[in-house]
Design a protein around this ligand. Structure first.
Ligand code: ZN
Length: 299
């Protein structure tokens, strides 16, 4: 059995490296580990997903060093550094920030100390200037629309889609592997986060439509407990967009029919199609209140 698994792993690795991607990844296999702990999963060919509680990032081990994304926080970054050391002696050369929010990009000091260069959209620099954090190194390299990180024959393309969740979020694409790493604006099989803090509903939908046009087969997202897969099929981007469109349409219809109180909307608007999504009971009413505010106040 162990031999068979080893052979299967080798076959999957070969499929991966020859870029025959369709169906090569186990999109049903859970991330694993304890709910409040960490876990690491190799997706293939030096690409890893690191989980800390419900947060995730990716790191890429190349011949010339390691590319790390969002360090999350000092505790998680320390654990991530250990996990990387268990895999390779090579130094971390780049840290890529997905956006400005402290819950994703704190704790990078450990990588700064070993000489890593930090990369982010230019608005991250402004926002960290307004809301500095002693545990969040400022980016060394910033860009406006797109930026390509190359290291040891591996490539990560960064693209900014304008306002959606804050105004500095970048989507990371591994072009050879056709994988996207998307933070906060795509969380598969879960309703939107609470009252959707710093989310701009209409710009979020526009961005997702633009992201759907990219060339990719798989999505790694930055949130999910241990029982959710490390990697999902590309279809989760459209599923996220359709959820938002249906949420907005349901709230608008209820308001157009005369329900204007957010308390009443929270109780009466339902989206039964999404009953099986995580946090439906707890967070759908909060999602509804956010959309009420959007239509009521115009933002
Ligand atoms: Zn965020």
């Amino acid at each position: 059995m162990k031999n068979l698994m080893l052979k299967l792993t080798v076959v999957i690795g070969l499929l991966f490296s020859s870029a025959v991607m369709a169906g090569s990844f186990p999109t049903q296999e859970p991330m694993g580990g304890k709910a409040f702990g960490t876990s690491v999963k190799e997706i293939g060919d030096g690409l890893y997903v690191f989980r800390w509680w419900v947060y995730r990032n990716i790191f890429l081990v190349t011949d010339e060093g390691v590319i790390v994304t969002d360090p999350l926080n000092p505790k998680a970054a320390g654990l991530l550094r250990k996990e990387i050391s268990n895999i390779t002696d090579k130094p971390v050369k780049y840290v890529i920030y997905s956006h400005n929010h402290h819950d994703h990009i704190s704790g990078g000091t450990v990588f700064k100390e070993e000489g890593a260069k930090f990369i982010a959209h230019k608005n991250v620099l402004t926002q960290l200037g307004d809301h500095p954090s002693p545990v969040t190194p400022l980016p060394d390299i910033t860009f406006e629309d797109t930026y390509t990180v190359e290291l040891g024959d591996r490539t990560v393309e960064l693209t900014y889609f304008g306002l959606n969740h804050g105004d500095s979020l970048v989507v990371m694409r591994l072009p050879k592997e056709k994988i996207l790493f998307i933070v906060d604006i795509v969380t598969p099989r879960r309703v939107a986060f609470r009252t959707m803090p710093d989310f701009w509903p209409d710009e979020w939908i526009r961005s997702l439509k633009e992201i759907e046009q990219l060339d990719f087969d798989y999505v790694i997202s930055a949130h999910g407990p241990e029982n959710q897969p490390a990697i999902d099929p590309a279809s989760v981007v459209a599923e996220q967009r359709v959820y938002l469109e249906e949420l907005m349409a349901a709230v608008k219809q209820a308001m157009d029919s005369g329900t204007h109180s957010p308390d009443a909307l929270r109780k009466t608007v339902k989206l039964p199609k999404y009953e099986n999504w995580r946090s439906y009971d707890e967070w759908l009413p909060m999602n509804i209140e956010r959309i009420w505010a959007y239509y009521h106040m115009g933002w």
